[in-house]
Design a protein around this ligand. Sequence first.
Ligand SMILES: [Ca+2]
Ligand SMILES: [Ca+2]
Ligand SMILES: [Ca+2]
Length: 375
Amino acid sequence: MNQTLTALLLGGALLAGCQQKKNTPEQASQAAATDSAVAATDTAARVGKPVLLHTLPDQYNTPDGLALAPNGSLILSVPNLADNKYPAVLLEMTDDTIKPYLTNLPVQPDTKHAAPMDLAFGPDGNLYYAENQYENDKNFKSRLMRVRVQNGKPGAVETVVDNFALANAVVWKGNTIYVTDSQWDMPNDDKGSAILRFTLAELNKGPVHLKPKTMDPHVLTTFTTAVNETGVDNGADGLDYDSKGNFYTGSFGDGTFYKVTLKPDGSLAKKEAMTLKGKKIPCIDGLIIDRTTDKAYVCNSRENAIEIINLADGTVTTLAQNGDTDGQNGLLDQPAEVLLKGNRLYISDFDKPEKKFVNQKSDAPHTMSYIDVPK
Ligand SMILES: [Ca+2]
Ligand SMILES: [Ca+2]
Ligand SMILES: [Ca+2]
């Protein structure tokens, strides 16, 4: 980061701090009142200080997945699930600019929509994205897609895996891509979800066709959602691994945080629900692990919060949280995905609420936020 930017940021933080101290008692009581069922729109952060990065037009209404590109920019998926009369796109952004990266994403033949969620560059230099067709069709129409990248430019897009129910997060580790399916139901479990994995060599042999509602050989492990008052049965969502190669995922529907340990041959050694201390997280969306500190940055979508889980001891601390908001000024508006680049945590404000979420409605502005995190 250059000196000028650092100075600007420090100045901004100081100014924001001064403004926060000027909150009137009326504002403070208003913030407290938003804990009740019907909330007035919040205008202040309660914890932390998220900063507005980009404001997006209505044609990019539901920002989601984030990937770090080889050139240092970020690729953002915009599935437009809140208003899909606009086609889904991928955008390319820096701290100063945001522009289209790929706008002709192939639609799924039955749903007639593209729906890119999380994405990541593979060891082959191509870009892979998971699709969430679940809201268009619950009958296993989601896919894993590959964008051929040549000389830094996106080219043809092809299906590499189909028959997911709700492909969601992706992460490459070596030559294997791990994918969560938040709705991988089984014949005896309609609250199912799973982590699946595929080698690059296998993807290069042609499309993989999953066998829905089975322990397909690509299923690493499965989970069952304990459905709560939100009524949401989506399970395994965000996914990443720590410095020792252990994987972690969280349940969107019930907030359980799972640690998944592999044997040297890549098969499952152990799956355990971690006991967390300090705060119960009711909902986990996207997450990223800082492998230099083994801390997980977790989107608590339901409570408009970003939580930090110390993987060494399970301690939870809240990095940022606010009440219901439209997202202006960078306040969290249902954060769904995070990406850490250096000390900067980039946040997608998905803004498409479920029942009992702090976020009450999908609204303009559509926003990206960031927080510079202490190491
Ligand atoms: Ca289900
Ligand atoms: Ca908004
Ligand atoms: Ca909102």
